[in-house]
Design a protein. Structure first.
Lengths: 134, 361
């Protein structure tokens, strides 16, 4: 069980909350308190829009422990519209073919259970192809 | 029904100190669909009368918390308020992910609405969502809060082969209740009718609910909905003709159409909110996701009747009048039909996997 570890980062993981640098306006994800662009203090919380595009992706058939029930699943590098690139699962893919550059949007989903079915449920961001408006 | 004189019957309407309404609304339906014909194929040799066309099924990574989050994000987008303005988040469901630990805190934290907030989970079978709405009307209507978020959402359980397996769907809706002057639909009246009627229940540690077959009809669904609706109509001096739309709890296609006819509502009035044929019975979300589909097309001045039903048993009835704010807010989030039209049909084997019915260890 790793409850404190999951709890500590819940806001960034549930809702893609990072930081914005008050000195150079760079958007940081994950939050790291020091701006990698200008080296100054950067602790202002920033809510990312959740919009981005697929930078690269791969499908997992041999999962690490804890993810067995979800296989096969696809993991992507997603370039957020604010700049940072995050690693995340893609979800709700269905049959549609994936392409690099495809627009995606953040959703909050179940990631896995901590240890087994008795453990806490870990929720976090995933991305899905942007739903079309009909 | 106990006979009351006119004055007493008017007093039955729940009246807040200040008028309130719906400031924002949002729906969510997962993308998978299990055709009812698949259940009939596996359990009835393909020979069964199908109560609906197909039902929605949640993905492996979806539950009432994640679905509530998406519906709430849609509601917040339409209301145009900051999450910190919410003073309550209440989630009504009979499929909360935890037996002990609130769903509502997960939703609140994700929306950025913590920590100055009430949060709690409601349970009253299929009317847990409207029970939360009534509480939100009281909370905002008393002046204790300006905005409260009430959600009805379910990933309903049905025993394999049981009659309910055809219809037990997944989905629901979220409503931000706020002051009438900031509402896209003003809540004119509400009334609730409750008795102890054991038509459907699930005991502690049981995976699937039990239901009392035909007993779920007349003494449960019809009695409670008709009493709630008729009392509200009488006490508010309205008749079905005064309403542009109506939506009733929809466990299958037959019941809501029959109860609507008994009360004097037409097919045209209930058509836009009757979604069960394409998404199944979303339990705590069933009547109110129908309301979201109505709000998606409603016009200023339209009056809407909503009547839920929860086994156990009770009904909450509301009458609403749409305001001019609907036009600007409607398009700020995805309409309900987008979620309904987003569909991936699955077979029974995939359904069994998605719903965790396979023994893995």
């Amino acid at each position: 069980m790793e409850i404190p570890r999951h709890w500590r980062i819940r806001q960034q993981r549930y809702a893609l909350v990072g930081e914005v640098c008050p000195h150079c306006n760079a958007k940081l994800f994950p939050p790291r308190d020091i701006c990698p662009q200008c080296g100054e203090d950067a602790r202002t919380p920033y809510q990312f829009s959740g919009k981005g595009e697929i930078y690269s992706y791969t499908t997992i058939y041999e999962p690490p422990a804890g993810f067995e029930e979800y296989t096969p699943y696809t993991v992507a590098l997603v370039k957020l519209e604010e700049g940072p690139v995050v690693t995340a699962q893609l979800t709700d893919l269905g049959e549609q073919p994936l392409e690099i550059g495809m627009p995606v949007e953040m959703v909050t989903r179940k990631i896995r259970s901590d240890s087994d079915e008795r453990g806490m449920i870990i929720y976090g961001y995933k991305f899905r192809p942007v739903l079309s408006r009909q | 029904m106990t006979t009351l004189d006119k004055r007493q019957s008017e007093n039955l309407l729940l009246k807040p100190l200040r008028q309130v309404g719906i400031s924002g609304y949002g729906a969510y339906v997962p993308q998978y669909r299990l055709p009812a014909s698949e259940v009939a194929r596996v359990w009835m040799g393909g020979k069964a009368a199908l109560p609906i066309k197909e039902k929605s099924v949640p993905g492996l990574d979806e539950d009432v918390a994640t679905m509530s989050i998406e519906a709430s994000r849609n509601a917040l987008a339409r209301a145009g308020i900051h999450p910190q303005q919410l003073r309550a988040i209440w989630v009504g469901s009979e499929s909360h992910p935890y037996a002990v630990k609130p769903t509502s805190t997960i939703v609140a934290e994700t929306l950025g609405a913590t920590p100055n907030i009430q949060a709690g989970d409601w349970e009253f079978a299929c009317k847990a969502g409207t029970e939360a709405i009534v509480a939100a009307i009281g909370f905002v209507g008393s002046g204790m809060a300006d905005y409260a978020l009430a959600i009805g959402m379910d990933t309903a359980q049905g025993r394999p082969g049981d009659a309910l397996e055809y219809t037990a769907g997944a989905g629901g809706a979220a409503f931000i209740i706020g002051p009438a002057e900031d509402s896209l639909a003003v809540i004119e009246h509400s009334y609730s009718f409750v008795t102890d009627t054991p038509d459907f229940f699930r005991r502690q540690y049981q995976k699937y609910p039990e239901h009392a077959q035909r007993f779920t009809g007349d003494p449960a669904y019809f009695k409670h909905i008709i009493n709630a609706a008729q009392t509200l109509l009488n006490a508010s001096h309205t008749t079905p003709k005064d309403y542009r739309y109506a939506v009733f709890h929809q466990p299958n296609l037959k019941f809501p159409q029959k109860v609507a006819a008994q009360l004097g509502f037409t097919k045209e009035q209930i058509g836009p909110g009757l979604l069960v044929g394409n998404i199944g019975n979303t339990y705590a979300g069933s009547a109110i996701i129908g309301l979201t589909a109505i709000l998606d097309i409603a016009e200023e001045g339209d009056r809407i009747l909503v009547v839920s039903f929860g086994s156990g048993a009770g009904s909450d009835a509301f009458s609403l009048v749409v305001t001019d704010k609907i036009n600007k807010r409607r398009d700020l989030a995805r309409p309900t039909r987008d979620y309904i039209n987003r569909r991936i049909p699955i077979d029974y084997a995939t359904y069994v996997r998605l719903r965790g019915k396979l023994v893995m260890k």
